[in-house]
Design a protein around this ligand. Structure first.
Ligand code: ACO
Length: 336
């Protein structure tokens, strides 16, 4: 690793499908209520893609904006990383479809399948690739199109009301200055013993002789399953834990952090994490109310939203922290 290189966020982009779906719209589809959803999760609306859109289409919009915003030419990008668990196809990953749509020749394209923690894993990986000197300008995208994979009947109401579609992108570039914009510290974890508390089992090679049968389909095993209460408890514990760890690694305190961007699964989770870490409300930017849970797209979409609200300026210190299926979790501290 070279100590002489740091990773700077050079460009930011985000895209949300135009189609906004309110809790009242969901009341028409399943046995749920605006009151239940708002009270338990804080969510009021989310965006769902059209039938014609694919995950890589959302990723493309966010990427074009991030590249324009970075001031680079698209040909300057030398590596694509996409965090997604709701791809265009079972394989290959979104990164390959995106690379072709961007017209980026034969540069490397890599997929990260770490669900809600995907973007935090991606930040750490991109930072390592840049610090090693191997790549200079990495396009890191979080892109999710969950709405096409949800059970939108009353059977699936405990998960389908939570998710939204969208994509967010950063152009991350090598910064030769020792101080200034950089990834200051990061902390990543997984605990696969809880993999089946939040997962989509099918299609899957653990299902017997075939990855998908009519029986598997009839049982709805291709829809997300979540043990909500277990996930909630672990999310609060692990997100507060990883923030403390990453602050220790950076030898910083939470008071020195200008803004926290937590994963957005549930407003109540983030309020509890904020209480445990004794954060001021002004230090936390939440978007779950209007975007729902956009899985790996959440952190960059939150970053763009906070920028547009005038909450982020160059020189600010931020923490990104996430928790999700796997279980996976982690955090990074950056100077913007
Ligand atoms: N509308 C109305 N009623 C509902 C709905 C709904 N959408 N969903 C469930 N209910 C009902 C249940 O059937 C249950 O009814 P019952 O008491 O008659 O049996 C009741 O509401 C309570 O259900 P719970 O599941 O116990 O509700 P809970 O208070 O746990 O809240 C929630 C559910 C909001 C999902 C919560 O558990 C949660 O937020 N969990 C964590 C989510 C999370 O962090 N996900 C991680 C990221 S996702 C990823 O990584 C891909």
């Amino acid at each position: 690793m070279s100590d002489a290189l740091n990773t700077k966020i050079l460009g930011v982009g985000g895209y949300l499908p135009e189609n906004k779906v309110t809790n009242f719209d969901l009341e028409e589809m399943m046995d749920t209520s605006d009151e239940w959803i708002k009270q338990r999760t804080g969510i009021e609306s989310r965006h769902w893609a059209t039938d014609e859109q694919s995950t890589s289409d959302l990723a493309l919009e966010a990427s074009i904006e991030a590249i324009q915003n970075s001031g680079l030419k698209k040909e300057d990008i030398d590596f694509i990383l996409v965090a997604s668990c709701s791809g265009d196809a079972d394989f290959p990953g979104v990164s390959c479809f995106l690379q072709a749509k961007l017209g980026l020749g034969t540069i490397a394209a890599l997929e990260i399948k770490q669900q809600c923690s995907g973007f935090v894993y991606g930040m750490t990986l991109a930072d390592s690739l840049i610090k090693s000197g191997l790549y200079k300008n990495i396009l890191l995208v979080g892109a999710e199109l969950q709405s096409k994979g949800l059970d939108k009947t009353s059977r699936g109401r405990n998960t389908s009301v939570l998710f939204g579609d969208g994509a967010g992108a950063f152009v991350l570039s090598a910064n030769p200055e020792l101080d200034g914009p950089r990834v200051i510290a990061s902390d990543l974890h997984a605990d696969g013993r809880h993999a089946e508390e939040l997962w989509i089992p099918a299609p899957g090679c653990a299902l017997g002789s075939s990855r998908m049968t009519q029986e598997i389909f009839d049982q709805g095993m291709h829809f997300p399953y979540m043990n909500g209460k277990v996930v909630f408890v672990h999310a609060v514990k692990r997100m507060s834990e990883t923030v403390r760890t990453v602050l220790d690694k950076a030898k910083m305190t939470s008071k020195e952090i200008d803004l926290f961007l937590f994963h957005q699964a549930n407003l109540r989770i983030n309020q509890k994490v904020g209480e445990m870490l004794e954060l001021d409300d002004a230090q936390v930017h939440n978007t779950v109310q209007k975007f729902g849970n956009t899985t790996a797209a959440t952190i960059p979409l939150g970053f763009k939203d906070a920028m547009e609200a005038g909450k982020i300026k160059r020189g600010d210190k931020l923490i990104f922290a996430a928790f999700g299926s796997g279980f996976t979790w982690g955090s990074v501290i950056i100077e913007y």
